[in-house]
Design a protein around this ligand. Structure first.
Ligand SMILES: *Cc1c(COP(=O)(O)O)cnc(C)c1O
Length: 357
């Protein structure tokens, strides 16, 4: 608090990301980073982009990157092209622009009660009326609960931090139930076994899909995210971007992100490895007595009937294993555990055996 602050800043409640401690040998399973690393071709492309050209501004429209993304998602087959693509400095920035540009209406924005906590923060930042919709008793989104007047709908698919995946036909029902407002599907984790809603974009003028290179493409440090939708939605985002920062992606980020989309084989095999590790970790946790929600993401959400979530997280931390715990009703006893390497999983399971006794 400072006398120099505006009343607006005084009232902001910022997002709190998972901690990034500077401790060596930590088993870091708390922020859903990728365990295996980015495409070597992306790294080469970024190295090649570091040179004298950095004195020049980057392409403000990131046209080559957008073309690579349009190509990767085969937008031409739906009659689309790179004008259906928006890119930003992490999908968080893309989401912020969507809140600002597409969700400010008379009716409330709807999102799940248990979801990505940044949605509350953006609604607060932009003063957007919003209401939360409870997940059902299996921690799933029920499309019927969203069939009411609204100024927009946003949810992650799979949801975070539960990992629960929603099928495409359920998403279609939501799109049809709210034809006059934007439905934003935040697909930060879709590549770990889900089916993207991008295939629906040509048929639904109210659909916006966001993705990120931070999770499945192992480039959280690069900060690149994207949105795909029909051009009238993309134009709203571009108008905000060009009123805020014309160059959200530098030359290195554009080059690296483009190469990451072009390297399909590295991407496919890395996703497969994470899915394999997820399924084997889930089985092992269940054997230890944990209830593990079915996950379509690169993390699992699990609780133990005999232990408080906060206690488990603290005991793991003492053993240099970091997982995420949320102090929130209904999920207070769950741990969100990022999928790591086999070695990290061994350390996690050894620590849990010790704690559970
Ligand atoms: C990680 C995450 C994002 C944001 O990722 P960026 O690193 O900003 O691209 C968005 N939505 C959800 C649900 C996430 O978990």
């Amino acid at each position: 608090m400072s006398r120099f602050w505006s009343p607006f800043v005084r009232d902001l409640v910022p997002y709190v990301p998972g901690e990034q401690p500077k401790i060596a040998n930590l088993v870091k399973l708390n922020t859903n980073e990728h365990p295996f690393g980015p495409s070597p071709r992306a790294i080469e492309a970024m190295k090649a982009a570091v040179g004298d050209d950095l004195r020049l501004y980057p392409d403000p429209n990131a046209d080559l990157l957008k073309a690579a993304i349009a190509d990767y998602f085969k937008l031409a087959e739906q009659g689309g092209d790179k004008s259906w693509v928006f890119v930003g400095n992490g999908s968080d920035e893309v989401l912020a622009h969507a809140f600002h540009g597409l969700f400010q209406h008379e009716q409330p924005l709807l999102f799940p009660d248990i979801t990505y906590s940044f949605y509350h923060v953006y609604a607060g930042l932009y003063g957007i009326r919003h209401e939360t919709v409870p997940l059902n008793e299996r921690f799933e989104i029920d499309p019927a609960d969203y069939a009411r007047p609204n100024g927009g709908i946003i949810f992650p698919n799979p949801n975070a931090p539960t990992g629960c995946l929603l099928a495409l036909d359920a998403i279609e029902r939501m799109l049809q139930g709210s034809p006059d407002s934007v439905v934003l599907v935040d697909e930060a984790y879709i590549d770990f076994g889900g089916e993207t809603a991008i295939s629906l974009v040509s048929r639904y003028p109210n659909l916006l899909v966001t993705q990120t290179l931070s999770k499945s493409r192992a480039l959280a440090g690069l900060r690149v995210g994207l949105a795909i939708g029909q051009p009238h939605l993309i134009e709203a985002l571009a108008r905000i971007k060009d009123s805020f920062n014309s160059y959200p992606l530098g030359r290195v980020a554009q080059a690296g992100a483009r190469a990451a989309f072009e390297d399909r084989s590295h991407f496919d095999s890395m996703c497969e490895m994470v899915i394999m590790q997820r399924d084997s970790l889930s089985v092992k946790l269940e054997r230890m007595g944990f209830e593990v929600l079915p996950s379509g993401a690169n993390f699992v959400f699990a609780r133990h009937p005999a232990h408080r979530g906060a206690d488990l997280a603290a005991a793991l931390r003492e053993r240099a294993v970091l997982v995420r715990h949320f102090k929130q009703a209904r999920i207070d006893d769950f741990l969100r555990i990022t999928i790591g390497t086999p070695e990290q999983h061994r350390a996690l399971l050894t620590a849990l055996e010790e704690i559970l006794g």
